[in-house]
Design a protein around this ligand. Structure first.
Ligand SMILES: Cc1cc2nc3c(=O)[nH]c(=O)nc-3n(C[C@H](O)[C@H](O)[C@H](O)COP(=O)(O)O)c2cc1C
Length: 183
């Protein structure tokens, strides 16, 4: 079994999403002896913006397809994914490989893969909240993964920029959720 860990926060050691992806992968490996871990740090080693020439290199797609579990750290930057993570998605959402169009519409081709996303947001975007219309992180990632055939699982750390207390509370409940997901 292979776990692929993808990080995209620019925040280094202070990153909430990185601490969550570390915890998720550590616990998954503890409960499933022998898991192989592959890491891709999209900040230390950024992928360039997509070009037509870039489609010839399928290494990022192959790495994704080869993983049994994919753990993604997704901080909210300007209401959506960091552009580093978008460049990775541009390598994995490939017609004929991860989805195709049929007479009945698009169909996802990715089967049997577990995708766990650690969301880290400065504010609150729950249904009915004033900022809800600006939520393009969780909705986007759910949409993209559903499109290629995967139902992603989410861990939430919200309101991280609101106060130190809220940050503590959000991270504590996120780590409890991680234990549940990794069990
Ligand atoms: C460049 C930048 C843009 C951000 N934009 C938003 C935003 O649009 N909405 C929000 O709720 N938080 C925003 N934040 C706050 C982050 O989502 C929050 O700090 C979160 O902890 C980032 O995850 P990380 O700790 O893993 O880096 C932004 C932070 C940065 C650095």
């Amino acid at each position: 079994m292979t776990i692929l860990k993808i990080d995209s926060s620019i925040n280094g050691e202070n990153s909430a999403s990185r601490s969550l992806t570390d915890s998720i992968t550590r616990q998954l490996r503890a409960s499933n002896w022998g898991e192989q871990l592959v890491t891709r740090d999209l900040v230390a080693d950024p992928l360039p913006h997509l070009t037509f020439e870039a489609f010839a290199d399928t290494s990022v797609l192959d790495e994704f397809l080869g993983a049994d579990v994919v753990v993604i750290g997704a901080p909210m930057y300007n209401f959506t994914v960091p552009s580093q993570l978008k460049a990775w998605i541009d390598r994995i959402a490939i017609a004929g490989k991860t989805f195709h169009y049929t007479a009945n519409g698009p169909e996802g081709l990715v089967k049997g893969k577990r995708v766990i996303v650690a969301l880290a947001r400065g504010g609150f975007y729950g249904e009915g909240s004033p900022a809800a219309p600006l939520e393009h992180l969780e909705t986007y990632l759910k949409g993209v993964f559903n499109f290629i055939g995967v139902e992603p699982e989410f861990v939430y750390a919200d309101g991280l920029a609101v106060s130190a207390e809220q940050r503590d509370t959000a991270l504590k409940s996120a780590f409890i959720e991680v234990e549940r997901l990794a069990a």
